[in-house]
Design a protein around this ligand. Structure first.
Ligand SMILES: Nc1nc2c(ncn2[C@@H]2O[C@H](COP(=O)(O)OP(=O)(O)OP(=O)(O)O)[C@@H](O)[C@H]2O)c(=O)[nH]1
Ligand SMILES: [Mg+2]
Length: 462
């Protein structure tokens, strides 16, 4: 991370390319001075003073040559009531790359330096405008590709997760203050009643932390989309189903078993969620050498999938390859699909029930486009589960989950020490560890390396 925290930074905040408007953002102490140097009123005069949060119409000139670069509107957000918590100038220009680059160049010539990715948001965090989980929500909001992703990022940006984590932290803090009082006045110690209340309170906080960390599976799906793997022995119609779900001829389909040799991943939107759907090489007990790597990849897809669609062909007898597949998916979340229902059936459902501890199978014919809506509903229900209110808090980042799990572990140790009436010092140490993990979610006492890692994934200008 270059530069100092007090210098003035600038960037084009809108995406590169042509558009209706583009915004050049300048943040830092020199922002108003730079704006005064570059901006002219419609009468061609310099603007002496700007008022905060008012929009000014005028133009940008090159002070060295007097050349007019563009007609613009300019807004000044006076410190501290701005996105970054510093003086911020936003110049809204016509949306051409050349025009916006010229204005950016002028801001750089007059004292600003180029902002790094996420540096505006990083300053908002450093200046206490938002905490770290809200800063992460800004990145998630920008990257959101579905309503669910948008809703959960917005809830986090509004500070719902922060409030929840802060409340849990404060509850542990009151327990800790009781414990510390007992350490400071050992003659009084932690009496039985206080010990009991502490145990109850720590247990309750721990339960709430566990509930929160358990929302990760769902939250991650909202943020990144769900992985759904299409699995079956060769020729059951996996690639045909992929194409049907995508509504395009993406994967090669032939009547020959063993057509797909590699996994193929495509994104498709189902209702308001996006899923990454993975077509795979057919599982076969005695593969040719060339298929072996493909099958290894199929296994890896089964491992990482949030849902496996296990596909059978009703027109071919069940064989050892179907057995192999049943074994491979036995402990994975799955939907059983029976394809080619347009052809005469060779085996009965009871044959399959014997092989698989099976939920209700879904009958489809990709060829005749039958049963596909039922399948889509089933995928959606499985992925999204029951609808939760949009205010429900979901954990969407592994970083948050890891801190919650560690906090819960430390609280487990706290409870053990309390129950076994060990020295208050032990209790206080574990409580402190748990509280530090909660604080880390919000970015209190955070290391620069972690900030670099988080903000470097942002775009420039945010
Ligand atoms: N009758 C009928 N044929 C189907 C249906 N679905 C797929 N097929 C045919 O089955 C054959 C195999 O289809 P694919 O989609 O390539 O099967 P796959 O499971 O991807 O096969 P591999 O990649 O070899 O593992 C093709 O000839 C498809 O046209 C269906 O619902 N009914
Ligand atoms: Mg295939």
């Amino acid at each position: 991370m270059s530069g100092t925290v007090n210098d003035t930074i600038t960037a084009i905040a809108t995406p590169t390319g042509e558009g209706g408007v583009s915004i050049i953002r300048i943040s830092g102490t020199d922002a108003p001075t730079i704006a005064r140097k570059l901006f002219r009123t419609p009468a061609g005069k310099p603007a002496n003073e700007f008022t905060s949060h008012k929009i000014y119409y005028g133009s940008i000139h090159d002070p060295a040559t007097g050349e007019c670069i563009d007609e613009v509107v300019l807004t000044w957000f006076q410190v501290p009531k701005s996105y970054t918590g510093e003086d911020v100038i936003e110049i809204c220009a016509h949306g051409g790359m050349f025009v916006s680059s010229r204005i950016l160049g002028l801001a750089l010539d007059h004292g600003a330096r180029p902002a790094e990715p996420g540096e505006f948001t990083r300053r908002a965090f450093m200046n206490g405008r938002i905490d770290l989980s809200q800063a992460e929500a800004v990145a998630d909001l920008i990257a959101a590709a579905s309503d669910k992703a948008l809703q959960s990022a917005l809830t986090q940006l509004k500070g719902h997760l922060s409030k929840k984590v802060n409340a849990l932290y404060d509850r542990l803090l009151s327990v800790l203050s009781q414990i510390e009082a007992a350490i400071d006045f050992p003659e009084e110690g932690l009496d039985l009643q206080k010990r009991e209340t502490s145990i109850n309170e720590v247990q309750q906080v721990r339960d709430e932390i566990d509930v929160l960390s358990n929302t990760y599976r769902q939250g991650k799906i909202f943020r990144e989309g769900a992985s759904v793997a299409l699995v079956g022995k060769p020729n059951v119609g996996k690639s045909s189903l992929l194409n049907a779900l995508l509504q395009e001829d993406r994967a090669i389909v032939t009547p020959h078993p063993g057509t797909t040799r590699d996994t193929l991943e495509e994104r498709v939107r189902i209702r308001d969620t996006h899923i990454n759907i993975i077509d795979s090489a057919g599982l076969r007990k005695h593969p040719e050498i060339i298929e072996e790597e493909g099958i290894r990849r199929t296994r890896s897809a089964i491992e990482r999938a949030d849902l496996v669609l296990v596909i059978f062909d009703r027109s071919q007898s069940l064989d050892e390859n179907d057995d192999l597949m049943c074994k491979e998916v036995s402990d994975r979340p799955r939907l059983v699909i029976i394809n080619k229902c347009d052809l005469p059936e060779i085996w009965s459902i009871d044959d399959l029930k014997l092989k698989m501890n099976m939920d209700n199978p879904i009958f489809i014919s990709v060829k005749e486009q039958n049963g596909l809506n039922t399948l889509i509903d089933a995928i959606h229900n499985h992925i999204v589960g029951e609808e939760k209110s949009c205010e429900t808090i979901f954990i969407t980042r592994e970083r948050h989950r890891a801190h919650l799990v560690d906090a819960s572990t430390a609280l487990g140790a706290t409870l053990e020490s309390l129950e076994q009436k060990l020295s208050e010092e032990f209790v206080a140490t574990d409580l402190d560890i748990a509280m530090n993990h909660l604080a880390a979610i919000l970015g209190k006492f955070v290391e620069d390396d972690l900030l670099d890692q988080i903000f470097n994934s942002f775009c420039i200008g945010k």
